[in-house]
Design a protein around this ligand. Structure first.
Ligand code: HEC
Length: 303
C-alpha cells in the first residue's frame, strides 16, 4: 500500500508517527517528573509547617509555662496560653487568616482520642492514624493524601505522646488539675492519660490539588511548545520537499515526456550541483545518446 503513496505523503506519515511517539513518551516522562516534583513541594511545605508547630509547642513549654504557671494556682480564670496545644492551634489559626485567607485550606489539628477541648476530637480517619501510632511504636511519621470536598490534601501526622509527668497534672484526674481548668473545660474530657501513652497525633494538612493542577498545566504547556516546534519543523520540511525536490522531479518528468514524444530541443537544466542536478545532466546525456541512436538508425530523418 505504501508503494502507491506519494513521497510527500510518505514523509508526512513518518514525521507524524515520530511526533506521536515523541509526544507520548515525553508526556509520560514529564507527568512522572512533575508529579514527583509536586509531591516534593507539598511534602516540604507540610514538613516545614509541622516543625514550626512543634517549635511553637516547645516555646510555650519552655518559656511561657514557667512565667504563667504560678498564676494558674491563684487565679480563677484558666490561662489557655500555658497550654502548648492551645498556642500551636492559635498560631495556626492566625496563619490561616493571613493574606486574605489564602492559607484557608491549610489545617492543623492535635487529633486526640479523648481530648480536653472537643474541637481536638479525632475524626474516624484520624482515629485510625492514632491507632497505627499506638500499635506500631517505631512508626514516627505518616504522610499521605486525603480527599476533602474542597479537593485533595496532603497530610503529615506525628504521634503525640505524654513524655513528661508534668502533663499529668491536667490530664490524669480532675482532682489533680487546677480548679480554673475544671471550671473552663469541665471534669469529663482529657483525663485518664498515662505517662508515655500516645494520646493523639499532630496532623498537618496542606492543599495538594492546586500544586498538582499547576504541574498538569505545566505539562500541557511543555507538550504544547514541543508540538508547536514539531509542526513548524514538519511545515518547513514540507516546503523544502515541495520546492527543492518534488517541483524539480515533476519538471524533469514532464520534459522527459516531451523528449519521448520527439521534441529533442529540450534542455534538462538545474542550477544546483545536488542530486537533481546530477539527474538533469544524466537525462541530457541520455537525450543526446537517444538522438544519436535515432540518427544512426535513420540518417535521413532530422528529428
Ligand atoms: C495546666 C494544665 C495542662 C498541662 C500541664 C498540660 N495540658 Fe494539655 N491541655 C490542657 C488544656 C486546657 C487543653 C485544651 C486547650 C484548648 O482549649 O485547646 C489541653 C490540650 C492538650 C492537647 C490537645 C488535645 C486536647 O486535649 O484538647 C494535647 C495533645 C495535650 N494537651 C497534651 C499535653 C502534653 C503532652 C502536656 C505535657 C507536655 C500537656 N498537655 C500539659 C491543659 C494542660
Amino acid at each position: 500500500m505504501l508503494k502507491n503513496l506519494k513521497l510527500g505523503v510518505k514523509l508526512n506519515l513518518l514525521l507524524l508517527s515520530v511526533f506521536l511517539v515523541v509526544v507520548l513518551i515525553s508526556g509520560f516522562a514529564l507527568s512522572k517528573i512533575l508529579d514527583n516534583y509536586a509531591r516534593h513541594v507539598v511534602e516540604d511545605r507540610a514538613l516545614l509547617l509541622i516543625e514550626t508547630m512543634s517549635s511553637v509547642r516547645e516555646y510555650t513549654s519552655k518559656e511561657i509555662i514557667p512565667e504563667l504557671a504560678p498564676r494558674l494556682e491563684t487565679e480563677d480564670q484558666f490561662l489557655p496560653e500555658t497550654v502548648p496545644a492551645y498556642s500551636a492551634r492559635s498560631v495556626f489559626d492566625y496563619l490561616r487568616e493571613r493574606d486574605n485567607g489564602s492559607y484557608g485550606n491549610f489545617f492543623y489539628k492535635e487529633a486526640t482520642l479523648n481530648p480536653t477541648n472537643k474541637r481536638d476530637k479525632a475524626d474516624s480517619f484520624e482515629q485510625k492514624i492514632v491507632e497505627r501510632f499506638r500499635n506500631q511504636k517505631n512508626l514516627k511519621e505518616e504522610t499521605d493524601f486525603r480527599r476533602f470536598p474542597g479537593g485533595e490534601l496532603f497530610y503529615v501526622a506525628r504521634p503525640l505522646a505524654i513524655t513528661q509527668s508534668s502533663c499529668l497534672r491536667c490530664h490524669s484526674t480532675p482532682e489533680a488539675a487546677p480548679k480554673s481548668h475544671i471550671l473552663t473545660y469541665g471534669d469529663q474530657n482529657g483525663f485518664g492519660w498515662k505517662l508515655n501513652e500516645i494520646v493523639g497525633a499532630q496532623v498537618l494538612s496542606v492543599p495538594a490539588s492546586t500544586v498538582f493542577n499547576e504541574a498538569k498545566r505545566l505539562r500541557f504547556v511543555v507538550i504544547g511548545i514541543l508540538g508547536g516546534f514539531f509542526l513548524l519543523a514538519i511545515l518547513l520540511i514540507n516546503l523544502f520537499l515541495k520546492f527543492s525536490v518534488i517541483k524539480h522531479i515533476k519538471r524533469m518528468a514532464q520534459l522527459s515526456t516531451q523528449v519521448s514524444t520527439g521534441d529533442m530541443n529540450i534542455e534538462f537544466k538545474h542550477d544546483a550541483n545536488d542530486e537533481i542536478g546530477i539527474l538533469a545532466k544524466s537525462l541530457n546525456r541520455m537525450k543526446v545518446s537517444l538522438q544519436m541512436a535515432m540518427e544512426m538508425l535513420d540518417p535521413d530523418s532530422k528529428l
